[in-house]
Design a protein around this ligand. Structure first.
Ligand code: AMP
Ligand code: FE
Ligand code: FE
Ligand code: ZN
Length: 279
């Protein structure tokens, strides 16, 4: 009989998390009661295999997953994909395309910062991101490091947040495109952190496009917000999910352990995974 709890939203340094897969596993083990985790790096599944290898000796299950970026007219949103096939060639090609678009997008953001008198060396920034696909959290840390801003909050508040002047959307996918990418890879598409994204009015269209769930519990959701999104999931006949969205120590509070969900949630998602469409 399976025991323990799950955290289905964790980043590694393959995206903008500040822990390697081995460090993530070390912290998961230290929690004591987490037996299932999902690695949900932004737009990349490269960290899954390393996490699986690190977790196996501890008997911790790793759900292969992704947090796919999508652009809407209003703001960026994130679609989690659980139980994706990380060896699917088309899925990997799609990830490569998005990673390339992220670099181009970052060049545009760097150009916008220059107009505010902030010079960022793109090569240094990419080196700073190390093996992680480059994102705004890297850029924010880089700005702090070079003294252009005093804090992450200032970096986002003045320049990088969704509604600030140096923000450029990634533009890699619409929500429909992200959902289809996940379905094609055999995964279950779930809307990430809806209380942060504030796109409730888009949910019915996303459900028509194949969305199967909502992330009800999240490191930044209040109890009221989780209750509200649980009711919304029920209303739309959607599955529920939850996780801490831990990025390690690079994003304020270390969130691992903050959200622990029941294993029945994992089983419902597993049962819903379509598997890859046949040839
Ligand atoms: P990107 O995918 O490059 O657009 O970056 C999105 C990531 O930036 C999120 O997953 C967070 O890690 C981080 N982020 C976005 N907005 C904020 C914010 N206001 N404060 C701190 N981190 C943020
Ligand atoms: Fe992130
Ligand atoms: Fe997210
Ligand atoms: Zn995340």
């Amino acid at each position: 009989m399976a025991h323990g709890f799950a955290d289905l939203h964790i980043h590694t340094d393959y995206s903008d998390g500040f822990w390697s897969p081995a460090q993530v596993v070390e912290r998961v083990v230290a929690e004591g009661d987490l037996t299932v985790i999902a690695i949900t790096d932004h737009d990349i599944t490269d960290g899954v295999a390393e996490t699986l290898a690190a977790a196996a000796p501890h008997g911790i299950e790793v759900v292969p997953a992704i947090e796919a970026s999508a652009t809407t007219d209003k703001r960026p949103i994130h679609i989690l994909g659980y139980f994706v096939d990380i060896d699917d060639p088309a899925f990997l090609a799609e990830q490569e395309r998005v990673v390339g678009m992220r670099v181009e997008r970052m060049r545009k953001m760097v150009a916008k910062l220059a107009a505010y008198g902030i010079e960022v060396d793109m090569d240094e920034l990419l080196a700073f991101a190390h093996r992680g696909i480059v994102g705004r959290l890297h850029l924010a840390h880089f700005l702090v490091r070079q003294g252009a801003v005093a804090s992450l909050e200032e970096a986002f508040g003045r320049y990088l947040a969704d509604d600030r002047p140096c923000y450029v959307p990634i533009g890699s996918n619409t929500p429909k495109g992200a959902i289809e990418m996940i379905l094609q890879a055999g995964g279950v598409p779930v809307l990430a952190h809806p209380a942060t994204s504030q796109v409730d009015e888009l949910i019915p269209a996303m459900v028509r496009d194949g969305l199967r769930g909502i992330e009800v519990w999240h490191g930044a959701h209040s109890t009221e917000q989780s209750r509200y999104y649980a009711s919304l999931a029920k209303k739309h006949g959607l599955l529920v999910s939850g996780g801490s969205d831990c990025h390690g120590p690079g994003k304020g509070e270390v969130l691992i352990g903050k959200v622990k969900i029941g294993l029945e949630v994992v089983e419902a998602l597993r049962d819903a995974a379509p598997g890859k469409p046949g040839p």
